[in-house]
Design a protein around this ligand. Structure first.
Ligand code: MEV
Length: 437
């Protein structure tokens, strides 16, 4: 049975691995070797990665790929993507090529406001709290003046601060709702520091406010944190073309457009389809968000909440046919940064940003929205025509061959054979077995 451990984080990396192997991996020496095999031989580079988190043992590789030919607002981009799913980059590249020949993507920023809250308990008289908030508001703003200095110089900072009465939903619950502009930073640290200063000042000042003293009801801070729901930090991306330009080998443009719009309509009203539809969008978005060192969990959480903003969970993309034109677009909250955090630390993140021509946060938001739209286009295009499995399994073929430990020669033969044949795990296994017998 494994034993508990104290002072684990103080152990060296090797000691930590030994402890793990001893306690959870049956003292298997190959487990030790495996973890060490992924260390980077460049000691300084490895140390940089070790320091990102606590208790680092090794590195975990994901492929870093590129999807070229993205024409966005008349500029050509190659999108760096970090993702494990075999067909994602191929699908993005396909969609990029498709729209390159049809005018490319148009993207714009709708808004860039972030927000955070100090969540409060207060069981006294509402008017006392309102009076106190009005009085203390200048002090709350003053309490973050040094924190805001640099951000203000860059054109950002606190935009507004309001007291919100949420007692109808939860007895005694109020919020200090703050909005921020964080320019090229994602801004989580900045916002959280501001909120904690505001919360401290609020609580301290409340102690000497006479109305509270008289009633013995003081506001109490429960917690202070930014919100990953950023419905006012929105990017929009669109493609459109003549229906006749959608003619493809196996399907005419009008039929394709009709089925495509229907597929999006289904994802607007049926949650079971909407979740998978949006997952496909996030395939592209997360890959780019990861490559650029942004917080994909924040983007995921915010995107799905936005998809449910009207009370029902819906598709994040929209499509229509108007006259003889086909339109397809996305509107999505994207709280992204191109400075701070991993963006200035991780060498591959820096490179990814260079590949994107060192965008500011607004440009990155537009590019990421395009990646989501392109990924969704590729998925729906396959779904309403050939089905997803044909392309997916073709891309998965090499993974199956690697699982079967195929040699280079076997792989070459298999790739040739499966150009004309349906890929499945068993079909590939039979093919390799026959090659070997
Ligand atoms: C697979 O990762 C993503 C899709 O399921 C998305 C979709 O169904 O729209 C293909």
């Amino acid at each position: 049975m494994a034993s508990s451990v104290s002072g684990f984080s103080k152990k060296t990396k090797e000691e930590k691995i030994l402890w793990l192997v001893e306690n959870y991996l049956n003292n298997d020496p190959s487990a030790f070797d495996m973890l060490k095999r992924y260390w980077n031989p460049d000691v300084k580079l490895q140390k940089l990665h070790d320091d990102f988190i606590e208790n680092t043992l090794t590195n975990y590789y994901l492929p870093f790929g590129i999807a070229p030919n993205f024409l966005i607002n008349d500029t050509l981009f190659a999108l760096p993507m970090v993702v494990e799913e075999s067909s994602v980059v191929a699908a993005a590249s396909n969609a990029a090529k498709f729209w390159l020949e049809r005018g490319g993507f148009k993207a714009e920023i709708i808004s860039t406001e972030k927000n955070g809250q100090v969540h409060l308990n207060f069981f006294g008289n509402e008017s006392d709290l309102t009076t106190f908030f009005t009085e203390v508001k200048p002090k709350l703003i003053e309490s973050i003046s040094s924190l805001q200095k640099n951000m203000k110089e860059r054109g950002g900072g606190l935009l507004d601060i309001q007291l919100i009465n949420s007692t109808a939903a939860l007895e005694g619950y109020y919020q200090i709702h703050c909005t921020f502009e964080t320019m090229n930073a994602m801004g989580a640290n900045f916002i959280n520091s501001c909120l904690e200063n505001i919360a401290n000042t609020f609580e301290t000042e409340a102690e000497s406010f006479s109305a509270f003293k008289n009633t013995d009801h003081y506001p109490e801070v429960v917690l202070s944190i930014l919100s990953n729901y950023a419905p006012n930090c929105l990017a929009r991306a669109e493609v459109h073309c003549k229906i006749s330009e959608l003619d493809q080998l196996a399907i005419d443009g009008a039929t394709f457009a009709h089925k495509f719009v229907r597929a999006v309509e289904i994802a607007q009203i049926e949650i079971r389809r909407a979740v998978t539809h949006n997952k496909g969008i996030m395939n592209g978005i997360d890959a780019l968000v990861l490559a650029t060192g942004n917080d994909f969990r924040a983007v995921e959480a915010g995107a799905h909440a936005y998809a449910a903003k009207d009370g029902n969970y819906k598709s994040l993309t929209h499509a229509k046919v108007e006259g003889d034109e086909f339109y397809f677009w996305i509107e999505i909250p994207l709280a992204l940064g191109t400075v701070g955090g991993l963006t200035s630390l991780h060498p591959l993140v820096k490179l990814a940003l260079r590949i994107l021509q060192n965008p500011g946060a607004k440009e990155l938001m537009q590019i990421v929205a395009v990646a989501g739209l392109a990924q969704n286009f590729a998925a729906i295009r396959s779904l309403v025509t050939t089905g997803i499995q044909k392309g997916h399994m073709k891309m998965h073929l090499l993974n199956i061959l690697n699982q079967l430990e195929a040699t280079s020669e076997e792989k070459e033969k298999a790739v040739f054979h499966f150009k004309e044949n349906t890929v499945s795990h068993s079909a590939v296994a039979v093919f390799v077995k026959e090659l070997r017998s």
